[in-house]
Ligand binder design. Structure first.
Ligand SMILES: Cc1cc2nc3c(=O)[nH]c(=O)nc-3n(C[C@H](O)[C@H](O)[C@H](O)COP(=O)(O)OP(=O)(O)OC[C@H]3O[C@@H](n4cnc5c(N)ncnc54)[C@H](O)[C@@H]3O)c2cc1C
Length: 444
């Protein structure tokens, strides 16, 4: 079977890998617009620093990426995050607070008032929601753990993971496991206790790869045979009887039995416009959050960077979403004992900030570091990445939208959609969905 994959991010490359593994006679071609595979997984090397322009790793509490690494024989590239990175901080109301790691620390934290803490404990007796209608993370949080907990912990976490805000995110689409806890056990505490009894064992840690995520993507792409069409933007796809015609910027016009569109949803919308106008309109409604990543490298930083980094709350009024202490998380990200920080700016909280000029973003980044960490040293390295459409924002109604999108896709035989736009944003989710897409393709 001849299969084209459009988009060579992790979703595209992992789908190609599993298609080849499940059925070695498949002839796979991956079209990628950029000179390298990886998409949002890419490492830039500069002045002895390894800068991740997007994701810096994946969590080990889900098996998907670890399985892919093992399946490709690339375990030797794995790198766990340093023990120094277990402490996390939240910047709230002008102060940095360590994120409480156990119930005793939670009772002591100054992040919540005594009433806010009591309200969280009250979660035990809040009845479960009866209906399955989608709800924002904010409504869910206010209902279960109260306003304070939502506006501090859930707000900071949403900014860190989704570059979103609790009011703009569907809890059902973004955190299905949390919704399941309520549904199956009647509440979050009850669910967590039940799970703890069943699954005694260590929780997950952040994992990455020696030298950065690009090392892995390059090794994965080299671990199996497929046609690599780099610097090659697909401009059109067209159904021709039982086949699909793919047209690309290098003049390619080739027919395939099946195609997988592994680009962001707005690109899929463009490509499918002539095939299915309604599908195109649905795809266009998936919104994306802009994010700027400001990397700052230091050769003279006295700050110990003892932890993972910090997230901010909206009510702190600060123009950064968070600061990752990258060289503490993965020490090889900075050579010679130098230190590397990455500042995240924008998201749904302050979308326009992410689109500012580079100089302004550098000022916001260094200003954010001074205000939250008291660091005023001049960085040796300054590197800015602006993502106009960084991360899909799973708004309330996302699950219903995805049902409609995949309903239309099912009518176009031989077409598959697979990227972070639909069923999970994390590295692990992308790998899981890629394996499932490959299985679906070979079974149909
Ligand atoms: C700043 C940031 C930090 C993140 N941090 C983390 C993290 O720490 N952990 C985590 O789990 N996740 C993280 N994520 C999320 C995760 O990185 C992404 O969800 C994931 O990498 C998306 O992979 P993808 O293949 O679905 O899409 P993409 O990476 O967007 O890949 C799509 C590919 O399609 C290509 N393309 C587009 N149009 C065309 C065309 N017409 N023809 C050919 N090719 C085309 C693009 O060039 C791109 O390579 C982060 C994301 C960002 C932006």
């Amino acid at each position: 079977m001849k299969i084209a994959i459009i988009g060579g991010g992790i979703s595209g490359v992992a789908t190609a890998f599993y298609l080849k593994r499940f059925s070695p006679t498949n002839e796979i071609t991956v079209f990628e617009r950029e000179p390298d595979f990886g998409g949002k997984l890419k490492t830039v090397k500069k002045y002895g620093f390894s800068i991740e322009i997007g994701a810096n790793g994946f969590l080990s509490n889900k098996p998907d990426t670890l399985d892919l690494v093992r399946d490709a024989g690339l375990e030797h590239l794995l790198m766990p995050s340093s023990d120094k990175a277990r402490k996390r901080f939240i910047f709230d109301k002008g102060k940095l607070h360590q994120l409480p790691e156990n119930p005793k620390a939670f009772l002591k934290t100054k992040l919540l008032s005594p009433i806010g803490k009591l309200r969280v404990l009250f979660e035990f007796v809040i009845p479960a929601k009866k209906s399955d209608t989608e709800e924002s993370l904010q409504d869910f949080g206010y209902r279960r753990v109260g306003k304070e907990m939502t506006n501090v912990f859930l707000d900071a976490m949403t900014a860190g993971v989704f570059a979103s805000t609790p009011e703009k995110l569907s809890v059902n689409a973004a955190f299905p496991a949390v919704v399941k806890l309520e549904k199956e056990h009647g509440g979050l505490f009850k669910g967590m206790l039940a799970k703890k009894k069943k699954e005694a064992g260590p929780g997950g840690i952040l994992m990455s790869f020696k030298g950065g995520v690009s090392t892995f993507i390059e090794a994965l792409a080299a671990s199996f045979s497929f046609n690599k069409k780099l610097n090659c933007e697909v401009t059109k796809v067209k159904k021709l009887g039982l086949k699909w015609l793919v047209e690309a910027s290098d003049g390619t016009q080739e027919e395939f039995d099946k195609i997988v569109i592994a680009t962001p949803a707005f690109v899929a919308a463009r490509l499918l416009k002539e095939e299915d106008e309604e599908l195109c309109e649905l795809l266009k409604t998936i919104e994306y959050s802009p994010v700027a990543v400001v990397a700052l490298g230091y050769d003279n930083l006295p700050h110990p960077l003892d932890g993972f980094g910090l997230l901010t709350t909206k009510r702190s009024g600060i123009p950064v979403l968070g600061i990752l202490w990258d060289s503490s998380i993965f020490p090889d990200r900075a050579e010679n004992g130098n230190k590397l920080l990455r500042v995240m700016i924008g998201g749904q909280r302050q979308p326009l900030l992410a689109l500012k000029e580079e100089d302004e973003l550098l000022n916001i980044g260094t200003g954010g570091i001074s205000e939250t960490m008291g660091v005023y040293e001049e960085p040796l390295l300054k590197h800015v990445v602006r993502w106009h459409k960084a991360i899909p924002n799973y708004a309330v109604g996302h699950l219903a939208l995805i049902d409609r999108i995949f309903g239309r896709v099912a009518r176009l035989k031989g077409l598959y959609l697979n990227s972070n736009a639909y069923k999970g944003v994390s590295f692990n989710d992308c790998v899981k969905n890629s394996k499932e897409t490959a299985l679906k393709i070979i079974s149909e």
